[in-house]
Design a protein around this ligand. Structure first.
Ligand code: GUN
Length: 162
């Protein structure tokens, strides 16, 4: 596959793995062809690590809050809904729901973007502890940390994508 048609087909197939940000797949395609999904995931990660800060912020901001308004309204992407459910974030006890809501709003207030963490394989307690610890980060370090979490989310989504 090469040229504009190959790029379009690739973005059609993998554009969804970076939440609301098909440009990531477009830029990753330029780094291909790939021998397998691991190589592809490495290219997606390089694209987002090397993106200018404004693009990184737009990518982070394309993510819904964990157990947030969009989740409660049933408006998540299929991938995000599956990830949040796998960690138990779709069935929090009231005390945890309140703790997540407090974390989401304190985090957004401090950094100006939503708290993003690769939730798969983590418990609710681990997610909350990690988020509360990250509130103490320096903003540039925290943007970099969010980008790494998104790289992990993308790698898992690529593994599962047909
Ligand atoms: N971790 C895995 N998926 C998501 C998501 O959709 N939103 C946030 N904030 N973190 C995630």
């Amino acid at each position: 596959m090469s040229g504009a048609a190959g790029r379009e087909e690739f973005v059609g197939r993998f554009g969804h793995v970076a939440e609301g940000s098909p440009w990531v797949a477009g830029a990753a395609w330029e780094r291909g062809p790939f021998a397998g999904r691991a190589e592809m995931a490495a290219a997606f990660a390089a694209v987002i690590r090397e993106a200018p800060p404004e693009r990184q912020l737009a990518l982070i901001r394309a993510h819904p809050e964990l157990a947030g308004r969009a989740a409660l309204a049933g408006e998540l992407t299929r991938e995000s809904a599956g990830e949040q459910a796998s960690a138990g974030l779709d069935r929090l006890v009231p005390a945890d729901l309140e703790r997540v809501a407090r974390l989401n709003s304190a985090y957004r207030e401090r950094f100006g973007f939503p708290f993003v963490i690769c939730v798969r394989g983590r418990s609710v307690a681990e997610i909350l502890d990690a988020g509360e610890a990250r509130l103490g980060d320096d903003p540039d370090a925290e943007r970099a940390a969010a980008v790494e979490e998104i790289a992990a989310i993308i790698a898992l989504r690529l593994t599962e994508s047909p």
